[in-house]
Write a protein that binds this ligand. Sequence first.
Ligand SMILES: *Cc1c(COP(=O)(O)O)cnc(C)c1O
Length: 343
Amino acid sequence: MTDFIRPQVRALTGYTPGEQPRDDGFIKLNTNENPYPPSPRVFEAIRAALTGDKLRKYPDPLGTAFRETAGRILNVPPEAILIGNGSDDALTILTRTLVPEGGLVVFPTPSYLLYRTLAEIQGARWRTIPFDAAWQLHADEVPREAAVTFVANPNSPSGTLVHREILADWPGPLVVDEAYADFADENCLGLLSRRSDVVITRSLSKSYSLAGIRLGFAVADPDLVRHLVKVKDSYNCDVLSLAAAVAALEDQSHMRANVARIRATRQRLTEALRRLGFEVTESQANFVWARHALPVKPLYEELKRRRILIRYMEYPGYGDGLRISVGTDAEIDCLLDHLQSMI
Ligand SMILES: *Cc1c(COP(=O)(O)O)cnc(C)c1O
């Protein structure tokens, strides 16, 4: 049967997500999950959706209630919202809609590696453009024929922001992946009213503590959204996820309070790592990127033996580092104690 696999898929390395250990007892600082629980309203909404009638029927294919809530909170029309099974699904739908076979997908490096996988599945070409030393991008490096550029902003693994003015003048179609925007000082939503070829994607996985629910969305020109809807699975978001997501968005103060706690811990973690000799990039997300003159892979491995999971990452032409999610204060204290004993 493997003889029949499309060559693009056969050649694919595939995106490797962070480890999800099956047993408890790990301090998990490797996949940027929120260490705090979601709003209590989320639990109420899921309980209210647990009726035989709601589960028996298909969900609303467009997620109308979610679009109305998200539109109201972001101050855009509901028709500008596309629901996704996680924002990764929204990125997949965008790639399938915007990128022709053999077309060119552009994204920065070091950044989120899924963009490459999406291009490869699509049978497209891809090219990276490098961040400069200040983690900024230069639009003149984008080839004229690019079908789309993906920019994670804040970026992963660095946690840095590309200046809004750079993205405002970006050539050609641009997708700004704002999975971490709620942790940052600014975002690119304002670009939508100035350009119809900019799309913003958002996620409920990080700031709203709902990685297990799988709900993300894109915000785009309603004319584009009408086409994106044709490409998505009819029922890409389920009844329970949609109910949970509406409730989470309705409780902005819960999300804001958790974001404030995470930002305070982020600052403390950054300073403590610097005292241990790490070079830590100033982060606008819920993780920090740390490099060291010492080899860092053994630190990652030893922490794992001690049941603390962080992310070791290595990028061609750039080097390696540790991406550490901002956990609770207690989790971060534990991590710092162990690192201190190892360095
Ligand atoms: C976590 C993450 C996403 C995916 O979020 P989901 O909504 O869980 O699919 C997208 N982009 C970046 C850069 C991320 O780190």
